[in-house]
Design a protein around this ligand. Structure first.
Ligand code: SF4
Length: 333
């Protein structure tokens, strides 16, 4: 696309989120533009809705690690893979609140709590609800990822004040069963619908590096952008290959292709926070800077994710200082 065509492209890209109706072909045409045109379009859309020099910081804690009955091919926590990860019980509520307080004092505005479950059991719900209430009382936004949720569970979490629920679709519908067989793509969408109907904000994205092609990346974003309301938060992860998982030897993602996917997510879901999630340890500062330019405006801070390494706070703050980026305050979300 030539620069002269940009205005037309922006007008037809429907930056409002009311009825995007993205087709695969329309999204692919944007994705395949010359890289500089794609970045220019993404940055232009980004500036319509976001401060380009602010990035939101979330902190992630594993509240129940390992022993998961699902078979997600990338995950260290599946009981079906021989990763040697030791399963642990659900953490005590007070421990979670103490960790959240430390994260808040270090600048995180959203606290994400993840459990390696197919779905929460009724006996766990009271404890999980107490965690949401305790973290909310610290003045933080709360997010949970607990697997599949039914309508009642979603409503109970909403009643406790949960702000966001994360449930990734991971990849395109066409590629999905090459990565996960224990629950379907439709199951994922049903959980997202239950979360949305409960009034909790939706966090949903995927992972690049699962053996998918460019069309799968585009189609994953088409699914998200065409939800009745797009997710408020769209995490884009880069696979961290883990020994013992079926995807341990997956081919690495080309950095330019990764940035293209971030840019397309920004253009298709202009109001959402696009989160640069797992995989940042394998990204150079320059690649992360390009991701921010392409419209990523949220990261996980702290030196661990659920079980994988993450750049520490010091490194992130040095990178922010180099780029003139400020952490977003909670009232700026
Ligand atoms: S990604 Fe989640 S659901 Fe899948 S195996 Fe890992 S912990 Fe279980």
């Amino acid at each position: 696309m030539h620069l002269d065509d940009q205005t037309t492209a922006l007008e037809t890209s429907d930056p409002g989120q009311a009825a995007p109706e993205w087709t695969s072909a329309r999204a692919r045409a944007i994705f395949d533009q010359p890289f500089m045109d794609l970045l220019f379009q993404a940055q232009t859309v980004h500036r319509q809705y976001h401060d380009p020099n602010k990035v939101q910081l979330s902190r992630l804690l594993s509240i129940k690690t390992g022993g998961c009955p699902e078979d997600c091919g990338y995950c260290s926590q599946s009981a079906k893979h021989g990763t040697g990860l030791k399963a642990s019980k659900l953490l005590e509520v007070q421990r979670v609140i103490a960790e959240a307080k430390r994260a808040r004092d270090a600048g995180a505005t959203r606290y994400c709590m993840g459990a390696a479950w197919r779905s929460p059991k009724d006996r766990d719900m009271d404890q999980v609800i107490a965690m949401v209430e305790g973290v909310k009382a610290l003045g933080m936004e709360t997010c949970m990822t607990l697997g599949m949720l039914d309508q009642d569970q979603a409503l109970r979490l909403k009643g406790a004040g949960l702000d966001y629920y994360n449930h990734n679709i991971d990849t395109s519908e066409a590629h999905y069963d090459k990565v996960i067989t224990t629950r379907s793509f439709a199951d994922r969408l049903e959980t997202l619908a239950n979360v949305r109907e409960s009034g909790i904000k939706v966090c949903s994205g995927g992972i690049l590096g699962l053996g998918e092609g460019a069309q799968d990346r585009v189609d994953m974003l088409v699914t998200l952008a065409n939800l009745p309301e797009p997710p408020e938060s769209v995490p884009i992860n880069m696979l961290i290959p883990i020994e013992g998982t079926p995807l341990a030897d997956a081919a690495p993602v080309d950095p330019v292709d990764f940035v293209r996917t971030i840019a397309l997510a920004r253009i298709m879901m202009p109001k959402s926070h696009v989160r640069l999630s797992a995989g940042r340890t394998a990204m150079t500062d320059e690649m992360q800077a390009l991701c921010f330019f392409a419209g990523a405006n949220s990261i996980f801070a702290g030196d661990t994710l659920l079980t994988a390494d993450n750049p520490g706070e010091d490194h992130d703050m040095r990178l922010f200082a180099k780029l003139g980026i400020q952490p977003m305050r909670r009232d700026e979300h």
